[in-house]
Design a protein around this ligand. Structure first.
Ligand SMILES: [Zn+2]
Length: 890
C-alpha cells in the first residue's frame, strides 16, 4: 500500500513538472527531481508526529532546502537570522508560473492592501491578475511540539498533491509558510526531548527559556518587534506581503476540546474592519467542516480564545486588515502520548461551560490516547482548509482586501480623531523617534513636519510627527497611540461579578508604554509635511571645542546608554545633582570629561553639548556599574529574559547569576547591584517548583510530577536569602521588580508592606493597565523622569505603605499614584486603594538599600517610559547622601 502511494506521488510530481515549464522537459532534470522529492517519512526515517520522535531545526531546514531543490512549486527564502544565529525561513508555495512572477503578485497585493485613490473598476481589473496571499506560521511556542513537524508534511503535501483541490490552490494562492518562527526553540526542544526520551526524565519541561530572551512571551512582540524573529515576520507580513489571511498554529492544555479553531470568543477588540471578523468565521467554518468530514472530534470555535488578546501576530493582524487567526490543539506530553479518561475532560473558559456538544463543537472526543500524530493531522487539515478556502474564493478575498482598506481609510477620515500628533520636543525626544520608527516597521504611514506647525492652537516643533487616521491601518494606529479601555461587562465578569482576567493585558497603547504623548487631533492636518520613506535617523552630534567637557540630557534613555559606554571606555562621567545657574545643566544630566566620544554619539544618537562652565560642586562621579541579575531554571523567567534584551540594547554591563553563586555569598566583592526580575519567592528559592512556560501545567511539557533532571533544578533557599541580605547590609543595592519584592519585604523584614497583596479582585484590579504616577525626580533613583508619567501595573504588582515609625526615615518614595483619575488606559477597580500610595520605594537596609518597583518598569522590553528607573538603580548614587526629598521638578 505504501509503495503504491509513493508511486502515485512520483507520478504526480512528474505530471506537475511536465506542466511546470521548459526546464522540466529535460529528462535528466526530470529524473533527478522526481527522485529527490522525498516525503518527510523518507527523509527523517519516521512519520511526523510519531510517538517519542521529534525532528530538530537543523534537519527540518535541510529538508526544506532539499524539497526546494527538487520542486519548482516552492521557493525557500532566508529572511535573516534568529537570536542565536540560525536561518529563519519563509517558504513560498505556488504554481511554477506564479513563482516566476512573485514580485509582480507582491506588488499587486500591496496595491490592494493600500487602495487609496484606486477606483472600484481599477481594483476589479487588478484582481483578475492577482493571487490570494496566505501566511501560516508554525512552532512559535516550542514546547507545543507538533507544529514544527506538521509544517513539514503540509509543505510536502502542498507540492506533491495533484488532485483538483491542490491544483486550484497552486494556481490561485501564494501560500507562504513560516515553518518555524522560533527555530532556536525548535532546535532546543527537540534536542532536549530526544536526549531524555526513554529515561525517567522523558517529557520533562525545558529548564530554560525556549527563546533566548522571551520564552513563551515571543508572541507578545507583534508591534514592538524587539526580537529578530519578530522583525523578520513583521517585515514579511506588514510591509512586503500584507496577506489576506494569517494563521498561527499552537497547542493548548489537554483537559477540554481537542482543537480550537476560529473565530474568537467574546469580547473582541473593536476598531478593526468588520469584514476581518466575518472572514475569520468563514475560515473557521471551512476548517471545522473539513475536520469533521475527516472524522476529527472535539473541534470547537467561538470559545476559549477571546477576540481581545495581546498584540501578538495573530491578534494584531486584524488591525492590519488581515484575517488573523490561530488554531490551538490539545497537547500531549511533548512527544510522549498521554491517556485521558472521559472524566478528566471538562468545560473550558469562554464558551464551553460544560464538556458537552454544542453548535460550536458538534462532536465530542471521548477520551483515550492522545498523541502528537493526532495534532499533526489536525493542523494539516486546518492549514489546508485555509489555503483551500482562499483558492475557492480568490476574487472575494482580494475584493475584501480592497474594501477593508478603502473603508478603514474612510472611517479614519470621518472619525472624531482624524490624526495623532506626536510632538518632537517632548520629554525624551529620542524615544519619540523610536516610536515613529516602530510605526513604520508595522507599515503605518507617518508624516513629519518640516517647520513649526500649529494644530488646534498647539505649536509643534520642526520634526514632529503626524499620523493620519485616513489610512488603511488606522485601526492599528488607534490601539497604539490612543487612550484605550478594556470593556467591563457581562463578558468580562463572572456570575458573582468578579472581573475575569483578560487574556493578556487590558491595554496595549504603545505610546503610553514608551512615555511618549500623542495628541488626538479633531481636524484634518495640513501644512508642510513630508511622508517618511525610511527610519528617522538618530546619530548624535558632538560639539566642537568643549574645554569643559560635555553635558548629556538626563531625560533621554539613550544618555544612559552613552554613560554606560563612556564608563566602559574609562571616560569620566558625573551626574549633576542641581541645575546650573544659567539653566544649561539640569538635575540628573550627565557631565562628561573631554575625550574621544564621536563613536558613542553616533551609536547612541545622543548630542554631546559643550559644558559652558566647569562644574566643581553639585555633581557626583559615576563608576562603571557591577550588575548581576538572577537567572533560574524551571522554564526560565521571561521577565529576566526581556530585561537582558533591554540591557543589550542600552549597553548595560551585566552578568547573569544563578542560585549556586548566590548561595556562595561574598556577593558584595563582585557586584554593586543585584536584580531580582519579577518572580515568586518560591520560584527564586526553589521551595516550590515554578510554573513552566505557558503556565498552567496542563500538558505543555511535564504535566504531573516534576521529573526534571536534578542538575537542572535551581533555587537559592534560605542560604541564598541570607547571602542576599548580607550583600545589602554591606552596601549593595538589591533591585526587585513587582512580586519579586516579596522576598526582601518578607525575608529581610523591611519596614514596608504591599497593600494590594491578597485583596479580592472586586476590591482591587488592574490587569495590565497604565496608571498615572508622580515621580520624585529630584531623587537620584528617579533622575531624568518627568514629574508625572505612567506606570504599567500588572496582576501581581505591588503598592507600598510604610509600616514602621522608628524606621520610616529609611524609606524613600520614588513614585506615587495620583490622588484621583489614576487610570490612563486599561482597567482599574479600586482606585481609592492605591490613591496617593507609593508605586516604587527605596529602603535603606544596613549600609545598602533595597529598591522596590511595584509595577513593570521594563515590561517585555516595551515600557521605555520607565527604563530610567532601572538604569538609575544601577548607577551608584552620591556616597552616603540621603537624597530623600520628594519634591518633583517639572
Ligand atoms: Zn502557543
Amino acid at each position: 500500500m505504501k509503495a503504491c502511494i509513493r508511486s502515485i506521488r512520483v507520478l504526480a510530481v512528474l505530471l506537475a513538472l511536465l506542466a511546470g515549464g521548459a526546464s522540466a522537459y529535460s529528462p535528466v532534470a526530470l529524473a533527478q527531481s522526481a527522485a529527490a522529492v522525498q516525503s518527510p517519512e523518507q527523509f527523517f526515517g519516521f512519520q511526523m508526529g510519531a510517538d517519542r520522535k521529534l525532528a530538530n531545526w537543523d534537519k527540518l531546514q535541510q529538508y526544506y532546502q532539499a524539497l526546494a531543490r527538487a520542486s519548482n512549486k516552492m521557493r525557500v527564502v532566508e529572511l535573516g537570522k534568529t537570536s542565536e544565529g540560525r536561518p529563519y525561513l519563509a517558504i513560498f508555495i505556488s504554481s511554477p508560473a506564479n513563482l516566476a512572477r512573485l514580485d509582480h503578485y507582491r506588488q499587486a497585493n500591496a496595491r490592494l492592501a493600500d487602495p487609496r485613490g484606486m477606483s472600484e473598476a481599477e481594483a476589479k481589473k487588478l484582481i483578475t491578475d492577482a493571487k490570494a496571499v496566505i501566511i501560516q506560521s508554525f512552532a512559535l511556542h516550542s514546547n507545543e511540539v507538533a507544529a514544527s513537524q506538521a509544517a513539514a508534511e503540509f509543505v510536502y503535501d502542498s507540492i506533491t498533491r495533484a488532485d483538483e483541490e491542490a491544483t486550484r490552490m497552486l494556481d490561485n494562492v501564494i501560500s507562504i509558510v513560516a515553518p518555524s518562527i522560533n527555530p532556536d526553540g525548535t532546535q532546543m526542544i527537540a534536542d532536549w526531548y530526544m536526549k531524555y526520551v526513554g529515561t525517567d526524565h522523558e517529557a520533562a519541561g525545558l529548564p530554560w527559556l525556549y527563546q533566548k530572551y522571551s520564552g513563551h512571551d515571543n508572541n507578545r512582540d507583534g508591534f514592538a518587534l524587539n526580537l529578530p524573529e519578530s522583525q523578520h515576520l513583521g517585515k514579511l507580513m506588514y510591509r512586503d506581503w500584507m496577506p489576506q489571511a494569517y494563521v498561527d498554529h499552537h497547542q493548548m492544555g489537554s483537559g477540554n476540546a481537542r482543537l480550537y479553531i476560529p473565530p474568537y470568543a467574546e469580547p473582541i477588540r473593536p476598531g478593526g474592519d468588520p469584514l476581518v471578523w466575518r472572514e475569520m468565521t468563514l475560515y473557521g467554518a471551512h476548517m471545522g467542516t473539513k475536520l469533521e468530514a475527516a472524522g476529527k472530534t472535539g473541534v470547537i470555535g467561538s470559545a476559549i480564545y477571546s477576540g481581545w488578546g495581546h498584540m501578538g501576530f495573530h491578534w494584531i493582524t486584524p488591525f492590519h486588515n488581515i484575517a488573523g487567526m490561530l488554531t490551538e490543539s490539545a497537547s500531549a506530553r511533548l512527544a510522549t502520548p498521554m491517556f485521558m479518561h472521559p472524566d478528566q475532560l471538562r468545560g473550558g473558559p469562554r464558551g464551553l461551560p460544560t464538556y458537552e456538544t454544542q453548535t460550536t463543537m458538534p462532536s465530542l472526543w471521548q477520551g483515550g490516547w492522545w498523541r502528537v500524530r493526532d495534532i499533526v493531522e489536525q493542523q494539516k487539515i486546518a492549514a489546508w482548509a485555509t489555503v483551500d478556502l482562499a483558492a475557492r474564493n480568490r476574487e472575494t478575498m482580494l475584493w475584501n482586501m480592497y474594501l477593508k482598506g478603502i473603508r478603514q481609510t474612510e472611517r479614519g477620515a470621518a472619525g472624531a480623531v482624524k490624526a495623532y500628533a506626536i510632538a518632537a520636543d517632548q520629554h525624551d525626544r529620542q524615544t519619540v523617534k523610536k516610536l515613529a520608527n516602530m510605526l513604520l516597521a508595522s507599515g503605518v504611514e507617518v508624516h513629519q513636519t518640516r517647520g513649526q506647525l500649529i494644530v488646534e492652537g498647539k505649536v509643534y516643533a520642526t520634526g514632529s510627527f503626524i499620523v493620519s487616521m485616513a489610512q488603511p491601518k488606522q485601526g492599528l494606529v488607534r490601539w497604539m497611540l490612543g487612550r484605550t479601555f478594556y470593556p467591563d461587562n457581562t463578558y468580562t465578569r463572572d456570575l458573582e461579578g468578579n472581573p475575569i482576567r483578560p487574556y493578556d493585558m487590558s491595554t496595549d497603547t504603545f505610546g503610553e508604554f514608551m512615555g511618549v504623548k500623542s495628541d488626538p487631533i479633531g481636524v484634518t492636518v495640513t501644512g508642510d509635511l513630508v511622508k517618511l520613506a525610511a527610519n528617522v535617523p538618530m546619530a548624535g552630534t558632538v560639539a566642537a571645542g568643549a574645554p569643559n567637557g560635555y553635558v548629556l540630557d538626563g531625560r533621554l534613555n539613550d544618555s544612559f546608554s552613552a554613560a554606560f559606554l563612556l564608563l566602559d571606555k574609562g571616560i569620566a562621567v558625573r551626574r549633576a545633582t542641581q541645575p546650573s545657574s544659567d539653566g544649561s545643566v539640569k538635575t540628573g544630566d550627565f557631565l562628561v570629561a573631554a575625550g574621544d566620544v564621536a563613536a558613542i554619539a553616533k551609536q547612541t544618537g545622543v548630542d554631546f553639548n559643550a559644558l559652558k562652565a566647569p562644574i566643581t560642586s553639585g555633581a557626583f562621579a559615576l563608576r562603571k556599574p557591577r550588575v548581576a541579575m538572577l537567572q533560574r531554571y524551571g522554564g526560565g523567567n521571561m521577565d529576566e529574559g526581556w530585561t537582558r534584551l533591554m540591557f543589550e540594547q542600552f549597553s548595560v554591563p551585566y552578568k547573569s547569576i544563578m542560585d549556586v553563586e548566590i548561595k556562595a555569598g561574598n556577593l558584595e566583592s563582585k557586584y554593586d547591584t543585584i536584580i531580582l526580575p519579577a518572580d515568586s519567592i518560591a520560584a527564586m528559592t526553589g521551595e516550590r517548583p515554578p510554573q513552566g512556560q505557558g503556565g498552567g501545567g496542563g500538558g505543555f511539557g511535564g504535566g504531573g510530577a516534576d521529573n526534571t533532571p536534578a542538575e537542572y533544578r535551581s533555587g537559592f533557599g534560605a542560604e541564598g536569602v541570607k547571602a542576599l541580605e548580607a550583600f545589602v547590609q554591606k552596601g549593595g543595592t538589591l533591585l526587585a521588580f513587582a512580586n519579586a519584592g516579596d522576598l526582601p519585604i518578607q525575608r529581610f523584614s523591611l519596614p514596608v508592606r504591599n497593600i494590594v497583596s491578597g485583596l479580592p479582585s472586586k476590591s482591587f484590579w488592574s490587569p495590565g493597565s497604565t496608571l498615572r504616577v508622580n515621580f520624585a525626580n529630584s531623587n537620584p533613583l528617579a533622575y531624568g523622569m518627568p514629574a508625572e508619567g505612567l506606570a504599567l501595573f500588572m496582576a501581581g504588582g505591588q503598592v507600598y505603605a510604610v509600616t514602621s515609625t522608628d524606621r520610616s526615615q529609611d524609606v524613600e518614595i520614588l513614585a506615587t499614584y495620583l490622588d484621583r483619575d489614576i487610570l490612563q488606559s486599561g482597567w482599574l477597580l479600586g482606585e481609592q486603594v492605591i490613591a496617593k500610595k507609593a508605586a516604587a520605594v527605596s529602603v535603606k537596609h544596613g549600609a545598602g538599600k533595597v529598591v522596590l518597583i511595584g509595577f513593570r518598569p521594563q515590561h517585555r522590553d516595551q515600557t521605555h517610559g520607565t527604563y530610567k528607573l532601572v538604569f538609575n538603580a544601577l548607577l551608584n548614587g552620591p556616597q552616603g547622601a540621603a537624597a530623600s526629598t520628594t519634591t518633583a521638578q517639572q
